[in-house]
Each structure stands twice: as C-alpha cells, then as structure tokens.
Design a protein around this ligand. Structure first.
Ligand SMILES: Cc1cc2nc3c(=O)[nH]c(=O)nc-3n(C[C@H](O)[C@H](O)[C@H](O)COP(=O)(O)OP(=O)(O)OC[C@H]3O[C@@H](n4cnc5c(N)ncnc54)[C@H](O)[C@@H]3O)c2cc1C
Length: 400
C-alpha cells in the first residue's frame, strides 16, 4: 500500500489526514506544536467550510463542539447604526468554532483508523529528494533529528510554510496595505449573538462574541504600524478607537480592557503559488495560497482543499498508482481548486479599497446615504455579492 506524509495539522492537514486514513491510506501527520491551543487561529466557519466537514462525515462531532452562530451583523458608522443584517436565516449560518477544539476532534476521529499516526512536536525543516523527486521530509523531533519517508508528501504547513521555501515554487503576491490587530475582552456584549462592524473614515473595527465567553476584537491598521499600537497599551488603544465607535462599545471596552493588554498581530498576506506541485509533492491550504482575512475564508478554503485532495490523491494512492499518475492527480487538485481560490482572493481585494481607506471615493461608498440606499436592495445584493464568501465558488463533494 502506498503511504502519505502530511505536514501540518491545521484545518487542511488534519482533515486531509483523516480522509486519507478513512480511505485506508497509511498516513503520518506531522505537527510542530504539541498543543493546538498555543496560538490564536481563525475561528469563523462559513457554510462552505461546514459543508466540507459535512461531506467528510464530521458534521455531528462538529456540532457537538462549543460553537456560536451569529444572529445579526450590525454595521455602524461612528456612533450611528446604519444597518442590521439578520443572518440566522442562512442554513447553516456562519458560526464561531474555536480551532483548537475542532482540530482535536478531527485528529481524534482520524485516530479511529489503523493507518493514521499523528506525531506532535515534529518540525519539518527540509525535503528529502531522490532523483529530483520528493520522497519525504527531514524534521526535528523532541528526541532529535529524524527523517519521515513517504510515497507522497502533502505540505499543509500554513502561511509561513518551510516546504514552500524549500520547494521554491513560483508565486504571485497581491500586495496588502493593512494588518489586523486581534484582542479579546472578557464577557459578552449585547445578546451574545450579534457581531458588529464599525466602518468608514479610514477605520474598521469588528467585534464578535466567542463561545469561549469573550468578545473577539479585530482592528484593521495600516501595514507595519503594530509596533506603535503595542506601545500605546490598552488605554491608548481605547482612546484611539473611541471616536470611531458607539458609546456602548467604548464603555464596554473601558470596563473590560485587561484582554486588550495582549494584542496579537495578523500580518496580512495574500498570495498564491502558480504551481502547487512538484514531483512527489503537493501544497494546499495557506501553504499554497494564504488568504486575506476579508470575508473569513482561510479555514473554509483549506477544508475544501482537503476534500478535493483526498478525492484525487486518495484514489491514486489506494490504486498503488505509479509516480506519473500520482503527480497527475496532484496537478488535477490544483486545477479543480484554482477557480475558487483566485475568484475569492480577487474579491477580497475590493472591500479594503473602500472600507479602510480615507479617500473621497471611499467616503462616498461607505457614506450613510449610500449604505441606506444599498439597504433597499440588501437582500438581493447580499445574495449575489457575498455568495462566494458564504458557499464557495465551485462544488466540493466527497467521493465515496
Ligand atoms: C489571527 C488569525 C485570525 C484568523 N481568522 C480567520 C477566520 O476567522 N476565519 C477564517 O476562515 N480564517 C481565519 N484565519 C486564517 C486561517 O486561520 C487560515 O487560513 C487557516 O488556518 C489555514 O489552514 P491551513 O491548515 O492551511 O494552515 P494553518 O492553520 O496555518 O496550519 C498549519 C499547521 O502547520 C503547522 N506547521 C507549520 N510549520 C510546520 C513545520 N515546519 N513542521 C510541522 N508543522 C508545521 C502549524 O503549527 C499549524 O498547525 C485567521 C488567521 C489568523 C492568523
């Protein structure tokens, strides 16, 4: 039986390893962290990501995890609420599902299959090549250096992928002018099911409840200015935000500001490899195409990559295909995922131009009269414009 080495147990790697193991492929999943909760990871699951987990047969265990579905998204301009968008009509509605619990659930489900092995505390450093073909990886483990060999290597090691650097595949970067500062504040605000966005005048703040009992805050800042924000401290940060948010949020932040003392930077990058494959190797998820945070897409497209990868490569591995057939399967994965990734990444570039910029055009577009006018057409506007963010662009179905 041919076997696979999957590097990185984020959404892409964990789900892929589970799906391959379920199909009967022996798979080693190598993860640098020993504990999934050691870093803040994105946590918004869109219907497209939930559908991928449903296709994978994991909907029930997913629903059993702590999660929170939004009821309403409110958009504000300064102190004034411009529009409240009910979203509990979506089936399923977007939800906040903390990644550590989701990843633990996926690897626990994978461990039910005999071919699955998760190795934690393994940091992959380099690729093993034989006659120009990738045959495994060199890694540092808690016990020292070790090699992991496999018939195919799938890199799911995220936005700072070591494998991407080693493979030196050509990439196209889409320059981003902003970063996001994340922080959380203990306690719930409003009904615990409402998310808010404060837009306009060169500012954007989002605020949403987490099932872990806090409010998550994301503040869009000019790229490279995180050092200044950190120096401000929680009081300085609140003073800076105060003119741009409504008094209820300001008071909430002042009363619960301790969490803001530890802001966390999301250095926004958005790019895509032109080639996701090399002989014996495939990259998926953030390793192949880190997404802009606009529209909360990263986890969702990573899960969808995993389903498509399990279809093509799973089949080729089970059938003990020759090297050329395995590489062909890998190229088909990129071909199937490319339209969705490029469409969504291109759409992600539109909003920041208007929302976080302070140009005259953006002030008109995000101005109250324009938004009030848009409200009239909101239902159909949302259905058309946001559908790729909610449901994806292509159909992703698990092969039986
Ligand atoms: C602060 C923040 C907020 C975000 N918010 C959202 C959101 O709300 N919604 C959303 O959809 N997306 C969000 N994202 C993006 C989302 O988290 C990623 O797009 C998604 O997790 C990508 O999944 P992945 O499996 O490709 O990579 P990752 O989730 O990055 O997983 C990569 C895994 O590989 C491991 N790894 C890395 N290097 C090595 C190595 N050398 N050897 C072994 N293991 C390695 C890492 O420890 C990690 O577990 C956010 C990201 C950040 C950083």
């Amino acid at each position: 039986m041919l076997n696979a080495v999957v590097v990185g147990a984020g959404p892409a790697g964990a789900l892929l390893a589970y799906l391959l193991a379920r199909r009967g492929v022996p798979v080693k999943l190598l993860e640098r962290q020993t504990d999934f909760s050691r870093e803040f990871r994105g946590e918004i699951l869109m219907p497209s990501g939930i559908a991928a987990l449903h296709e994978a047969g994991l909907r029930q265990p997913l629903d059993a995890l702590p999660n929170l579905s939004f009821r309403t998204v409110e958009l504000f301009r300064g102190a004034r609420r411009v529009v409240a968008i009910p979203i509990d009509g979506f089936d399923p509605p977007p939800r906040v599902a903390p990644q550590p619990a989701m990843l633990e659930m996926i690897v626990a489900e994978a461990a039910k299959f005999p071919g699955f092995k998760l190795e934690r505390g393994v940091t992959v450093r380099d690729l093993i090549y034989e006659k120009d073909r990738v045959m495994g990886v060199h890694a540092d483990t808690l016990e020292g250096p070790r090699d992991f060999r496999g018939d195919f290597v799938i890199a799911c090691d995220g936005r700072a992928s070591a494998i991407r650097k080693r493979a030196a595949l050509p990439e196209d970067r889409i320059m981003q002018g902003f970063d996001v500062v994340w922080g959380h504040v203990a306690g719930h605000f409003l009904d615990g099911r409402t998310a808010r966005g404060y837009i306009g005048s060169g500012h954007l703040l989002i605020l949403y409840p987490s099932p872990e009992g806090h409010m998550q805050i994301g503040w869009v800042i000019d790229k490279g200015t995180f050092g200044d924000i950190k120096k401000m401290g929680a009081d300085g940060w609140i003073n800076e935000l105060a003119p741009h948010v409504s008094p209820d949020v300001r008071n909430f932040l002042v009363a619960n500001k301790t969490g803001l003392a530890h802001p966390f930077l999301l250095d926004v990058i958005c790019d895509r490899l032109r080639e996701w494959t090399a002989p014996g190797l495939l990259l998926i998820g953030d390793a192949a195409h880190p997404m802009s945070p606009v529209g909360g897409q990263g986890i969702n497209v990573a899960l969808r990559d995993a389903v498509v990868t399990a279809n093509h490569l799973g089949r080729a591995l089970i059938m003990r295909s020759d090297e050329a057939t395995l590489d062909f399967a890998a190229r088909n994965i990129q071909a199937e995922r490319w339209p969705e990734i490029t469409t969504i990444q291109d759409m992600q570039q539109i909003a920041p131009r208007f929302v976080a910029s302070n140009s005259l055009l953006s002030r008109v577009v995000t101005g109250a009269p324009t938004i009030a006018f848009a409200k009239i057409f909101l239902a159909s506007y949302l259905a058309r414009r946001l559908d790729p963010f909610l449901n994806g662009v292509t159909r992703v179905v698990m092969e039986q």
